[in-house]
Design a protein around this ligand. Structure first.
Ligand SMILES: [Zn+2]
Length: 358
């Protein structure tokens, strides 16, 4: 599946150089939900067992996302940290989980000429003013940064972290142990429209930028349309490259984050297993892509709910290339919708399937 053009491009330029050159950098995420839906990760604990038990499937998904246009292979270490593995009784395997994930990602990145990124996520234990929790968080970030660096990550992502302070700890770990690797730090927005401690997103991102993050922005929770106004706020507050990676679900004022969705009939929460009814349309993906262009977002992607079709559409709307665009939709040869000469067979089927007079 190696695409020679992509391989050439990837090898010649790192993340910072591409951003400095004004490129739009594409980042496909959403591995956790893809594998939950496919029955390889348990909802609830949400630990990425699949990197140990079915590594070839993780490799396949990395390849699929690169095929759809991702410029990066994000190692699937999301929630593969010490705290999460402690909850499931696998804390002694935390290094194995991380190194496995990183090696799979490095292999695909090398084969496709893309970049490989290590991944830090919200620790689920951070509390401000809790010295013991803060020390645990620091240790968790430290070990994951060191493993990512040792396994050859090109940069480190710290993502879906709802507080500025925990983001700052992740950034400090990358600066201290990453030996110069760039950090992409994204806040995970809650339904409060600010960070968990009540700081406006723009201010939090500016502070992270000033502390040395290469890219800052938002990731997860909000759907494409709901994320756009906050991204505008961040663009005005920050000088450098910014990131936007919404979920692939249509969140609204009533349901601002995908965790808040409730089923229309039962009134029950839909997160995380009954989200298909809220899936985005391709039109919303287009709106998001166009907004990113207009606002000047350089690090563009999709998070939970992402799939290869959404991502390819994002890439196409942004005017970027992807091997999968070879197969982009062309309905002109379709027997019902296309421009083929109208036969009695076509007429009969158009009448029957499309309910139209021919
Ligand atoms: Zn997500």
């Amino acid at each position: 599946m190696v695409d020679s053009q992509k391989a050439e491009k990837g090898k010649s330029k790192g993340l910072l150089q591409r951003l400095n050159d004004g490129d739009i950098f594409l980042a496909a995420e959403g591995y956790l939900f893809q594998f939950i839906q496919r029955g390889y990760i348990k909802s609830g604990s949400m630990v990425p067992e699949v990197v140990i038990e079915h590594p070839h499937l993780v490799q396949n998904m990395h390849e699929e996302f690169v095929h759809a246009g991702s410029d990066v292979v994000l190692a699937f270490t999301y929630y593969g940290h010490r705290q999460k593995l402690n909850v499931t009784g696998h804390e002694d395997e935390v290094e194995k989980y991380n190194r496995n994930s990183l090696r799979i990602a490095r292999k695909v990145a090398d084969a496709t000429g893309t970049l490989m990124a290590g991944d830090l996520s919200n620790t689920t234990i951070f509390e401000p003013n809790n010295a013991e929790a803060i020390e645990k968080v620091k240790a968790m970030f430290k070990e994951q940064v060191i493993w990512a660096r040792e396994e050859g990550a090109d940069y480190i992502v710290a993502e879906t972290i709802p507080t500025y302070e925990e983001c700052a700890l992740a950034l400090e770990a990358v600066k201290e142990y990453g030996q110069g690797l760039p950090a992409v730090v994204t806040l995970g927005p809650t339904s409060k429209s600010t960070t968990l401690e009540g700081m406006p997103f723009g201010e939090a991102c500016r502070k992270l930028e000033e502390k040395g993050a290469a890219v800052v922005g938002l990731n997860c929770s909000l759907g494409p349309r709901m994320m756009v106004p906050f991204i505008k706020e961040i663009r005005q507050a920050c000088k450098g490259p910014i990131a936007a990676l919404p979920v692939g679900y249509t969140t609204t004022r009533q349901f601002p984050t995908f965790q808040t969705f409730k089923d229309k009939t039962t009134g029950k929460y839909c997160f995380p297993n009954d989200l298909a009814q809220f899936q985005c349309s391709l039109n919303e993906i287009e709106y998001f892509a166009q907004s990113c262009k207009d606002i000047g977002v350089q690090y563009v992607g999709l998070c939970c709910g992402n799939n290869a079709e959404f991502f390819r559409h994002l890439v196409e709307t942004l005017g970027k290339s992807a091997p999968a665009l070879r197969y982009k939709t062309d309905m002109s040869n379709h027997f019902l919708f296309g421009n083929l000469p109208m036969s009695s067979y076509n007429e009969m089927h158009r009448k029957a399937f499309l309910n139209v007079d021919v």
